[in-house]
Write a protein that binds this ligand. Sequence first.
Ligand code: UD1
Length: 424
Amino acid sequence: MSQLLLLRGGRPLSGEVTVQGAKNSVLPILAATLLAKGQVVLRGCPRLRDVDASVRILRALGCDARWEGEDLAVDTAALDRCEISDLLMREMRSSAIFLGAILARCGRADLSYPGGCELGPRPIDLHLSGLRELGAEIREEGGFLHCRAAKLRGREILLRMPSVGATENLMLAACGAEGTTVITNAAREPEVVDLQNFLNACGARVSGAGSSAVAVEGGQVLHGCVYRVLPDRIAAATYLCAAASAGGDIYLRGIEERYLATVTAALRAAGCDIRRDQAGLSARCAGRLRAIGPVQTAPYPGFPTDAQAVLMAALLRSQGATVFEENIFENRYRHVGELTRMGAEIRVSGRVAVVTGVERLHGAPVRCTDLRGGAALCVAALAAEGETRITQICHIDRGYEDIARDLRALGADAERAEQTENDS
Ligand code: UD1
């Protein structure tokens, strides 16, 4: 039987959590382990459904991946395959990131097209055109991608838009290319920097990540390393929004404010007192928040699309109206219908959503539509009177180790429970 989340709202939070490792760092890093000769140990690797999917892909390729307490040890020496089955590809939408790494390691890769996802179409044309520019021949046939590259050659690649996944995929392929690759209009996300740091810890020569030009001197022989992944700025944003929603006083250990400065700025504008110290961030929030100026999602360092839903949830009981503009994904308001069931007042028109604060929210049976939309339901439930039953939590498990555990540590009444016949 599936599980659900049971939250009883209406009480202020109080407590502390250590922020988990970043999902969006660890996934490309797991693909990057294919380039290293020798064992990689990822310290404090978050136990996520998407990490499990990556581990299954590594094992299907013949590699060894083992949990050692909170660490994940990966040894790719025994890799003996360079294809990924359709079943495994479909488990995780970001599995395309394996393409560049397998190609660099084996000179060929066969995998199925990752396809669309909950957020709308998820094209990988930038990944493919960049790999072609590095010398790969790619045939697209019946949903499958057949890639061959006897030799990859470094060169300058200009991305049409700063895609995170394409930047990372090309960084991995470029490590196996002869000569220097420069990716311009590269994504500047902290997780791209983390991938660069990991690759360099293995002996690669990557520079410029965090700016819009990333340079990779290919052809180095990479070795294993011990590496701790970056803390998850979106998990941190989620818990700050939880405190903003329910009120209270919380402390998040291990997160640096500079990675989520647009989120903390929005929460401060709404009336939360957020402070940083050496070890993390504290948030103190009381009473109804204020509506804030327009929230426009944009590539980093702009406001992250992944934090749009949780901030929207935090503002449901604010005084006034806040305008959201989603500029990254086409279909990123699917949580709105579920929030409305809890008494929220939100109007959506295309890319724009307008949240008008209401005085009260009430618990309701709701369903996760996607990862961050699911987290937003938790944030709203903490401010709602009564009990909220959240189903389809497999979406949340993709990106949060144990959201009920963390919310309880922050003083919330939250638990996982078995679904009954009455839950849909
Ligand atoms: C990554 C994150 C995801 C986040 C997103 C945007 C990971 C594992 N996931 O996803 O959590 O929401 O960045 O910050 O890191 N696009 C194309 N062609 C391409 C590639 C992308 O048109 O070949 C478009 C996408 O449709 C989207 C935009 O570019 O509209 C940004 O996507 P991208 O930055 O690639 O996101 P992901 O890497 O998939």
